[in-house]
Design a protein around this ligand. Structure first.
Ligand code: 5GP
Length: 183
């Protein structure tokens, strides 16, 4: 009998933190909640690339009201590094003018809060009708800058995670779960 091959990510994975079923259930709840809250308004979802992309595409399929989407790319960590550099750079801006729009930012994870704070400051200068935040994962214990979060998927401990859109050294964004990386 041949030994079962371990998946290649196994050497990097400490443990699964949020499994596929829990993600699906929570994302569906968030979609329903957002649909109810924005019932009378036209919604614009803004996804922060690249980590938020899987969350956005799952979330929007649970939002039953009409909505547009747009993307913004932000770099807050040096490539491959696991520590925040403290600097935030917009590397790709929106295509859509958000003036008078109801904007919901879709983020993968809020850690120190610097990235979100920077993006919120920038977007508020463009006079949206409303500006709210939906993040999948919140590492509250690491917060350095206070940021308003309207919808949270899961509060998680201070550990480096990957999968479901989040990278580990630019890889493994495709994993269907959120896992804790080995040191
Ligand atoms: P903040 O500016 O809040 O410190 O960091 C936010 C950004 O850092 C996230 O959008 C994400 O790109 C990255 N980040 C923070 N914590 C983690 C983590 O545990 N895993 C991964 N893959 N990225 C993280």
């Amino acid at each position: 009998m041949t030994a079962q091959k371990r998946p290649r990510y196994a050497a990097k994975l400490e443990r699964v933190l949020v499994d596929e079923a829990a993600l699906a259930a929570r994302v569906s709840q968030l979609g329903e909640q957002i649909s109810a809250d924005y019932q009378e308004r036209e919604l614009l979802l803004i996804c922060i690339l690249r980590g938020g992309v899987i969350f956005l595409t799952d979330l929007m399929r649970h939002i039953s009201i009409p909505h547009a989407i747009d993307f913004m790319a932000v770099e807050s960590y040096g490539s491959g590094a696991r520590q925040s550099t403290g600097t935030v750079k917009i590397t790709m801006d929106l295509r859509i003018d958000i003036k008078d729009r109801n904007v919901l930012l879709v983020e993968d994870i809020v850690d120190s809060g610097r990235t979100l704070s920077h993006v919120l400051d920038l977007l508020s200068t463009r006079s949206p009708e409303s500006l709210s935040v939906c993040c999948l994962l919140d590492k509250k214990a690491r917060r350095e800058v206070g940021v308003p979060i309207d919808y949270t998927g899961f509060e998680i401990p201070d550990e480096y995670v990957f999968g479901y859109g989040l990278d580990l050294d630019e890889l493994w964004r495709n994993l269907p779960f959120v896992g804790v990386a080995k040191d």
